[in-house]
Design a protein around this ligand. Structure first.
Ligand code: NAP
Ligand code: MG
Length: 492
C-alpha cells in the first residue's frame, strides 16, 4: 500500500460552498387534511375511525392524516376486489385492459411534477431523484405492461395463461410510487385485481394514485388501497380469499409472511433485503467507478435494497480510489430535499435514523475507521452525512447486515478468487457491481456473483423490460420483464 501523504489534500466543498438555493415550488400541490381508504372506487372512512399522521422527515411537520385499516376494512377491500374481478375485470379483453393501463401511464406523466413533489415531501428523498427517476420509471412500468396486456398468449405460447384472481400487495417506503407501479402494472396487465398496502410513512403518492385511478375511469374495485401499519399488511396476507401475496420489504417481514402462507394455495413473490458488493478492479476507469460507488450507496440516502453498501477495491489502486472517493464525498450536498442541487436528502423516519446511527456506533466500536465529510446539517429533520468505514473485517456487523442508510463498508482484495469469495459470503443475493476495463474480467466476475442483478461499469440502472429480484435471503420471484408477468399468471 502506498505511503500515506504527510498532509492529505482535501477539497472543502461542503454544502455551504456557494450554490444559490434552487427550491422546487410546492404551491401547486393540493393535499387533503385527512385521507380515507380507497375501496370499491371510493374513499371510505376506516371502521375503527382511527387515523395516523404522515410527516415530512425534512421538517418534522405533519402533512396529512392517514386512515388506519383494520381486519374489517381489509375484508371489505378483498370483497370489492373479488367482485370487480368476477363481474368486470376478468370479462374484459386484454386490449381493453391495456387501454386503462395506457391511460394511467399517460396521466402519471401529465402529473409527474405533482407526484414528484409529494414523493419528496412525504419521504425525504431529493426532488432530483423523484423527478428524474421514481416518477418517470413508474410511468414507464405502466406503459410497458400496457403493451403486454393483449399479448399474453404470444408471451407464453401454448400455455393458456390465466389471471390468478385477487392479489395482495405490500410495499416499502424507499421507492413508494415506483414499488407500487412495479406491483400494480403487471397485476392489471395479467387480468388480476388488487388490494394494496403502502408503507405507513409514505402513503401519500399511493392515495394520489387512487385519485388518478378515479380520473382514469378504472372500474370500481379493480385496485383498492388500504393504508395502515404492519398489522394491516398481515390482514391482507392472512385473508383466505387472496390468491397471491406480492411483497417488497425486509427479509425479516418476508419470513413472517412466508410462514403465514405456508400450506395455503397462495402464490408469492418476495423482494427482500440486500448487501450488495461493488468491486473495483485495478484496470477500471477509476473516476467513473467512484461516481458509480457514490451513486450506488448515497443515492436515495442509501435507502435502496440494491445499494452498493460493500465496496471491494483492488489493493494496488486503493490509495487513489480512496482519495477520489473522499474528494467526491466532500462535494456532496446534504440537506433540503426540495432543492434541485441536493444530492442527499432526509432519512425517511426517526426510527430509520436511529437504526443508521446505531450501526455507525457499532462500526466504530468494532474497530473500523470512520470518515464523514464536513457538512452543515439542518437543525430540524432526520439527517446522516455520507459515511464510509475502512479497516472493516469480513465479520464486522457493518459488512454483514443491511443498514439501509448512506454508510459504506470498504475492504481490499488482491485476486479475483478472493473477491468473489468475499462478495458471495453473505446471506443476501440481490445485486452487485463490477468495474473493469476488460470484458473478459467482467464476464468472469459477473458469471460467478450470486446476485439477481449484476451491473458492469454502471450502477443502479433500472428498466421495466429487465427482470429484477434476488437469490438466497433476498427473496424469490422476479418483477419486470416477461418473468415478472409470469408471476401473476397460472397455466394449464
Ligand atoms: P418492512 O419493514 O419489511 O415493511 C415493508 C412493508 O411491509 C410495509 O408496508 C410494512 O408496513 C409492511 N409490514 C410490516 N410488518 C408486516 C407484517 N407482519 N405483515 C405484513 N406486512 C407487514 O420494510 P421497510 O422498512 O418498509 O423497507 C425496507 C426494506 O425493503 C429493506 O430491507 C429493503 O432491502 C427492502 N426492499 C427490497 C426491494 C427489492 O426489490 N428487493 C426493494 C425495496 C426495498 P409498515 O410500513 O406499516 O411497517
Ligand atoms: Mg412521511
Amino acid at each position: 500500500m502506498a505511503k500515506k501523504n504527510k498532509k492529505e489534500i482535501t477539497l472543502d466543498l461542503s454544502s455551504d460552498w456557494g450554490l444559490a438555493p434552487a427550491p422546487e415550488s410546492t404551491s401547486h400541490i393540493k393535499l387533503k387534511k385527512k385521507y380515507d381508504l380507497f375501496i370499491g372506487g371510493k374513499f371510505v372512512k376506516p371502521k375503527s375511525g382511527k387515523y395516523f399522521d404522515t410527516i415530512n422527515p425534512a421538517t418534522e411537520e405533519v402533512l396529512a392524516q392517514i386512515a388506519e385499516a383494520d381486519d374489517k376494512d381489509v375484508d371489505l377491500a378483498v370483497k370489492s376486489a373479488r367482485k370487480a374481478y368476477d363481474n368486470v375485470w376478468s370479462k374484459l379483453s386484454g386490449k381493453e385492459r391495456g387501454k386503462y393501463i395506457y391511460r394511467i401511464a399517460r396521466l402519471i406523466q401529465e402529473r409527474a411534477r405533482e407526484f414528484s413533489v409529494i414523493e419528496s415531501l412525504d419521504g425525504g428523498k431529493t426532488i432530483r431523484e423523484s423527478r428524474d427517476i421514481d416518477i418517470p420509471l413508474a410511468a414507464a412500468h405502466f406503459f410497458y405492461h400496457a403493451g403486454w396486456a393483449d399479448k399474453l398468449e404470444y408471451a407464453f405460447p401454448n400455455r393458456k395463461p390465466e389471471a390468478l384472481g385477487v392479489v395482495g400487495q405490500i410495499t416499502p417506503w424507499n421507492f413508494p410510487m415506483l414499488m407500487i407501479a412495479w406491483k400494480i402494472a403487471p397485476a392489471l396487465a395479467t387480468g388480476n385485481t388488487v388490494v394494496l398496502k403502502p408503507a405507513e410513512t409514505t402513503s401519500l403518492t399511493a392515495l394520489k394514485l387512487a385519485e388518478l385511478f378515479q380520473d382514469a375511469g378504472l372500474p370500481d374495485g379493480v385496485v383498492n388501497i388500504v393504508t395502515g401499519h404492519g398489522t394491516t399488511g398481515s390482514h391482507i396476507v392472512n385473508h383466505p380469499d387472496v390468491n397471491k401475496v406480492a411483497f417488497t420489504g425486509s427479509t425479516g417481514v418476508g419470513k413472517i409472511i412466508m410462514k403465514a402462507i405456508a400450506g395455503t394455495n397462495k402464490k408469492s413473490t418476495m423482494e427482500l433485503g440486500g448487501k450488495a458488493a461493488n468491486i473495483i478492479m485495478e484496470d477500471a476507469p477509476l473516476d467513473q467507478a467512484v461516481e458509480g460507488v457514490i451513486n450506488g450507496i448515497f443515492f436515495n440516502q442509501g435507502h435502496v435494497c440494491c445499494a452498493g453498501s460493500r465496496l471491494y477495491i483492488q489493493e494496488s489502486v486503493y490509495p487513489i480510489v480512496m482519495r477520489k472517493l473522499k474528494d467526491r464525498m466532500q462535494a456532496l450536498v446534504v440537506g433540503d430535499p426540495m432543492d434541485k442541487n441536493t444530492d442527499i436528502g432526509a432519512i425517511n423516519s426517526k426510527k430509520q435514523l436511529d437504526t443508521i446511527k446505531n450501526y455507525i456506533k457499532l462500526g466504530k466500536a468494532e474497530g473500523a475507521e470512520m470518515y464523514q465529510p464536513k457538512c452543515n446539517l439542518p437543525k430540524k429533520g432526520y439527517w446522516v452525512p455520507p459515511t464510509l468505514f475502512t479497516n472493516v473485517a469480513q465479520s464486522s456487523t457493518i459488512a454483514k447486515e443491511e443498514i439501509f442508510g448512506p454508510v459504506l463498508a470498504i475492504q481490499t482484495f488482491r485476486t479475483i478468487d478472493e473477491v468473489i469469495n468475499k462478495a458471495n459470503n453473505t446471506p443476501y443475493g440481490l445485486s452487485a457491481g463490477v468495474w473493469s476495463d476488460k470484458g473478459s474480467k467482467v464476464f468472469n466476475l459477473t458469471s460467478q456473483m450470486k446476485a439477481g442483478v449484476v451491473w458492469a461499469n454502471t450502477y443502479n440502472k433500472f428498466d421495466p423490460t429487465s427482470p429484477f429480484g434476488g437469490y438466497k435471503e433476498s427473496g424469490h420471484g422476479r418483477e419486470g420483464g416477461m418473468q415478472g408477468l409470469e408471476a401473476y399468471l397460472k397455466f394449464d
